[in-house]
Design a protein around this ligand. Structure first.
Ligand SMILES: NC(=O)c1ccc[n+]([C@@H]2O[C@H](COP(=O)([O-])OP(=O)(O)OC[C@H]3O[C@@H](n4cnc5c(N)ncnc54)[C@H](O)[C@@H]3O)[C@@H](O)[C@H]2O)c1
Length: 383
């Protein structure tokens, strides 16, 4: 079997999910090329070497440029903080590598545009890791919408709620809390969490034309983990926005890291003319479905356990027997399977960098609207 050599930049949370996916994918999906874990890169030499040993990488390094300079690397996988995505992705594309980049694409629309032009100029396959698209129940929701089962869509609402930054002594910056440092993260919950909700929404329900947002930073100053200084906090701790979609439907999105009791509650609900759909990350195999075409006396919300093989429910025929579940990690296996499968067939598979730029534009318009207190047009209000 031909091989496909992977260079992994970053070995934290996402470095692990992606490494797991490359290791598993050929056990469950038929690909022509077997991913080989060639080199892992991170800042701390001893830690990245230990990671490489544990996960089966052939080598490790602390310099991502070394990874890109290697002739034997086919795919560069970017799993580092957001402010590093652009430089690494542009260099990887210029070196002719396939690029898989974690979300959000960049920390600004301007940087995102540079990344899109780099991959397009180089003609290299590219993907941004909005992995929730590959949860079977979420993919199934998209299939039902595309089949017209909901009819005209009126409402799209999504939440992504967490509670891990409520304590004022959580620092900003540094290896563990870079998400609270605007210089590393670009923004707070908007780029970190709402980007997922926006990507899913654009994919399922089409373009967003206008947004009206409010953000709040509840803790105004935090100690910086690297300098030890107390510094102003530049990220949004919470963000709520309304929007209009191009298809005439209305959107309502909320994200916060201050919702006590919620660790990672991503939910969406879509209300159409004939039916409604509801999904919840905490019960990710289920799609809640209400169909107004049901006989009146039987109408009610159904809870569909998306594990069927023969019934055109996605992905599950690659796994166990019907009725048995998979989980979060497998969304990344699907991502790699779909991406590499599409590359083998010469197809483009999304979200490409260009598609992820659309999400970046909505995020930027949201932040601009929160700053101005005005409705912002997504095309003119971003970047
Ligand atoms: N798709 C998802 O659901 C999802 C979930 C979490 C994070 N993310 C995204 O993944 C990316 C990484 O997040 P994470 O949670 O894995 O972070 P993390 O803090 O767990 O890991 C970051 C890694 O980057 C490495 N790194 C930092 N600076 C580096 C440098 N200059 N050179 C080489 N390596 C460097 C660190 O050593 C570490 O291994 C972010 O863009 C984040 O938004 C996506």
């Amino acid at each position: 079997m031909e091989t496909l050599n992977v260079g992994m930049i970053g070995y934290g949370f996402m470095g692990r999910t992606h490494s797991n996916a490359y290791r598993q994918v050929c056990n469950f999906f038929d690909l022509k090329r077997q991913p080989v874990l060639k080199v892992a890169c991170g800042r701390d030499a001893a830690n990245v070497a230990a990671f490489a040993k544990q996960w089966g990488y052939e080598s490790s390094t602390t310099d991502w440029r070394e990874v890109i300079a290697r002739d034997d690397i086919d795919l560069v996988d970017i799993c580092v903080p957001n402010n590093l995505h652009k430089e690494i992705a542009v260099a990887a594309a210029e070196a002719g590598k396939m690029v898989l980049c974690e979300k959000p694409l960049a920390t600004s629309v301007a940087d995102g545009r540079e990344m899109v032009s780099a991959v397009e100029k180089a003609g290299v396959p590219n993907l941004v890791s909005f992995n929730y698209r590959r949860v079977p129940a979420v993919t199934f929701a998209k299939m039902l919408i595309d089949e017209g089962k909901l009819g005209q869509i009126f409402h799209y609402r999504a939440n992504f709620l967490q509670d891990w930054t409520i304590a004022p002594d959580v620092p900003q910056g540094g290896p563990a809390t870079w998400r609270l440092d605007a210089a590393a993260a670009g923004s707070g919950v908007t780029g970190d969490l709402l980007a997922h909700c926006i990507d899913t929404a654009l994919w399922q329900n089409g373009s967003i034309t206008q947004v009206n947002a409010m953000t709040e930073t509840f803790i105004k100053e935090r100690v910086h983990a690297e300098t030890g200084q107390t510094q102003p906090v530049g990220i949004d701790d919470a963000c709520t926005f309304f929007c209009r979609f191009g298809n005439g439907s209305l959107g309502n999105f909320e994200s916060t890291r201050y919702a006590r009791g919620h660790k990672a509650l991503y939910t969406f609900e879509i209300n159409g003319e004939h039916a409604s759909i509801r999904w919840d990350l905490h019960d990710l195999h289920r799609l809640e479905w209400f169909d107004h075409n049901d006989a009146e006396r039987l109408r009610g919300w159904r809870s569909i356990h998306v594990t069927d093989h023969g019934g055109e429910q996605p992905y599950m025929d690659h796994w166990w027997v019907p009725g048995l579940q998979i989980g979060y990690a497998e969304s990344f296996v699907h991502q790699v399977a779909d991406f590499l499968g599409a590359v083998e067939e010469g197809r483009t598979y999304g979200p490409t960098f260009a598609e992820a730029l659309e999400t970046q534009k909505v995020c930027e318009a949201v932040l601009n609207s929160a700053a101005s207190g005005q409705w912002v047009d997504v095309t003119s209000g971003a970047g």
